[in-house]
Design a protein around this ligand. Structure first.
Ligand SMILES: [Zn+2]
Length: 182
């Protein structure tokens, strides 16, 4: 009985002594304070057994799920930025295109103003319009004639172009053709 007790005491004493002088016991004790912490919950993780990095499987799964989630969010953000950039480029394109159209329209207006159209209108040949670089496609509106079926007036600001026939065009001041109910 006594002998056994002594043996146990001696045994534990030996283990303790071994711990103090040996490496394993001290490293076991210090591993909690010096060692790794769970990357998920920051709880200290013992080095033993095996090189465990997480306190449990749930933390490991959570950690990787969060990592995946962050990665996915990064990609989504990147995609959003790309979409915004593309939309911005598209808007810029539209803006410069509409600026180009506005510029062209002003140019066509200048051509028409230079013709000094009288109240009765001015007949011109399509070839003449080509010569002065008049580009018919830059009208503001294309409206159907009230008086003449299948005939149209192309409006350019204060002016209208009325097709008399394929090659002959009447240029009129808008106020006048509104008055005529053309
Ligand atoms: Zn954890």
């Amino acid at each position: 009985m006594n002998k056994n007790k002594i043996a146990v005491l001696t045994g534990s004493g030996e283990a303790f002594n071994g711990g103090v002088s040996g490496v394993p016991e001290s490293s076991d004790k210090s591993s909690f304070s010096l060692g790794k912490r769970c990357p998920q919950c920051s709880v200290p993780v013992p080095d033993k057994p095996s090189n465990k990095s997480y306190c449990n499987n749930r933390c490991r799964d959570d950690f990787f799920n969060n990592l995946k989630k962050e990665e996915r969010q990064k990609l989504e953000k990147l995609k959003l930025m790309t979409d915004i950039q593309q939309e911005e480029n598209h808007l810029q394109e539209v803006r410069s295109k509409s600026q180009e159209i506005i510029r062209k329209k002003e140019e066509m207006m200048m051509h028409l103003k230079a013709l000094e159209v009288p109240p009765e209108g001015k007949k011109v040949d399509v070839n003449y319009l080509n010569q002065i670089d008049f580009e018919i496609q830059y009208y503001d509106n294309l409206i159907a004639s009230k008086k003449y079926p299948r005939k149209h007036i192309a409006e350019y600001g204060d002016f209208g172009l009325f097709w008399i026939d394929t090659y002959e065009i009447l240029i009129i001041n808008k106020n006048d053709y509104l008055l005529w109910e053309l």
